[in-house]
Design a protein around this ligand. Sequence first.
Ligand code: IPM
Ligand code: MG
Length: 356
Amino acid sequence: MNAKIALTPGDGIGPEVVDEARRMLDAVAAKFGHTFTFTEHLLGGCAIDKHGTALPADTLAAARNADAVLLGAVGGPKWDDPQAKVRPEQGLLAIRKELGLYANLRPVRPHPALAALSPLKPERVAGVDFIVVRELTGGLYFGTPKGRETLADGSERAVDTLVYTDSEIRRIVRLAFQLAQQRRKLVTSVDKANVLESSRLWRKVALEVAHEFPDVKLEHQLVDSCAMRLITHAPSFDVIVTENMFGDILTDEAAVLAGSLGLLPSASLGAGRRGLYEPIHGSAPDIAGKGIANPTGTILSAAMLLRHSLGLAAEACAIESAVKATLDAGQFTADLGTKSPLSTVQMGAAIRGRLE
Ligand code: IPM
Ligand code: MG
């Protein structure tokens, strides 16, 4: 097949890890007889430096014109001034919103070879296999009113708003149920219904959606106790569906189960097939340019791209198996605390070398 893939490497380690994911996709194309065309675009801090905006119009146009977007990471200390009018993160939020990517899928399946690396006891990590479905274009990140004002007495006031419509909730909860149907048939809907009105609407809609899926069990859980259960009983989760900000926090926590933030991929999807794929880690400015970043999360994001945007399930599995075989062989980057770590480039090559 022919596919157009827009790359937005972004900032920090973004370009290093995206390079390896692109090489991986090239290897898949060669092996399976596909033609992938790549274009590269600015997003985040690098776009602010060049164009004064985190999401330039031509980047957005290229993303709309592509079958999928593969993103590295955005942000860094250079752009971290809290007073700044433009921020790298705005580019990421804007591209998600503009492309209508309301569903962020973050699978968490710790690799057995890495169990000892988790700060948790191995028995708490064994058998963990769940996916977080994070609502991505609503909730606390996007609700209005939002902003800052100086009051008459000179004091300052800031406001963010957590708002959802029933249709925004319904489409994301439905997606969670559809995923659960192909898995262990349990949806955990996470909210703060003992305090928030938006969560009470979320619960009501989740219950309605559950009637459409009699084969799937629905449970509700408060976000604070969910945070605890992720540490104490993580294997009990199958599909977690939740509000934007809750999902942001819970997925960083969940990454600890996997041993390193550098391993986890994500897919952001909307109504059509086009999606945006990115590792869940950030730009890691402390190690940027050193060639030691772990490209695995981005390479696994490329696998999700093949599966969800291009419908190439066998190719996606081939990448996932190659990653597994590489980790099984004890080949890791430095974040996984090995005595003789591979560089970013070596890790990419090691995974490609196991592509079957
Ligand atoms: C993530 C990140 C982003 C988010 C930031 C960089 C805006 O933390 O993708 O989880 O909060 O969504
Ligand atoms: Mg986050």
